[in-house]
Design a protein around this ligand. Sequence first.
Ligand code: ADP
Ligand code: MG
Length: 243
Amino acid sequence: MEPIIEIRHLQKHFGSLQVLNDIDFNIEKGEVVTIIGSSGSGKSTMLRCINMLETPSGGEILFHGKNIAERGIDVNQYRSRVGMVFQNFNLFANKTVLQNCMLGQIKVLKKSKEEARERAMMYLRKVGMEAFANAGSVQLSGGQKQRVAIARALCMQPEVLLFDEPTSALDPEMVGEILDVIKELAQENMTMVIVTHEMAFARDVSTRVVFMDEGVIAEQGTPQQIFGAPRQERTKEFLSRYL
Ligand code: ADP
Ligand code: MG
C-alpha cells in the first residue's frame, strides 16, 4: 500500500542550526504514530514541515506521491487533508466555538452554512462540547479549548491529524479527558501523528513509536519494543527519565 505521506531526506536548518538531519519517515493509513524525544530534538519542526508551516531546507515530503513543495499546491486545501492540533489550541479568539468549527468548512471545503453547522455540531457532540457551541472561545478552560480545537480539525474530515503536544499546556486534571478523545479516534482508525511526553498514553495508543534525538530518528518500533526493549543507548537514557 502506498503511504499517505512519504518524507525523504528531510532537512531543516535555521541559519547555522541544523534541526532536522536527513529524516526518512512514512505515514500509512490507519497508523497511530507517536513521536517522543527531548525538548529541542526537532519534533515540532518535523510536524510543522509536514503541515507546511515551515519550508524544508532539503529533501521532500510527498502526499499521495505528490511533492507538497510543488507550485500549484493550495496550502489551505492541503491542510484540510492533513490537519493539525497545537499545544496552545490556536482557536480564533474573537469567534464562538461553533464559528471556529464552521469557518474552514465554508471557506476551504465550500460547504453551505447549514451543512457546516450540522457537521460542527456532530463533532462538538463527539468531544462533549455541544453545550458550549455559542460560547466565546476565550471563556473556555484549556481542556475545553483543546476539545474544540480537535472538533474543528475533525470537521475538515482530514486523512491525517497531527498533534503537537496536545496536553502540554493543560492543567493536570484536564490531560486525561484530551487523551481519552484521542484514544477514541485511534479506536476509529483515524490516522494520526502525535508528539507527546505522555509515555503511558504512547504505549497504549500507538501502532508505532518514533524516538527523535538531535534532529534524527534515533529509533522506531512497536510500543512493546521501544518501551520494553529499546535498542539504542540514547533511547534507554531518555526513557529512564520517565521511570
Ligand atoms: P521539539 O519540538 O522537539 O522541542 P523544535 O522542533 O521545537 O523541538 O526545535 C528544535 C530546535 O530548533 C530547537 O533548538 C529550537 O530552538 C530550534 N528552532 C525551532 N524553531 C525555530 C525558529 N523558527 N528559528 C530558529 N530556531 C528554531
Ligand atoms: Mg515541540
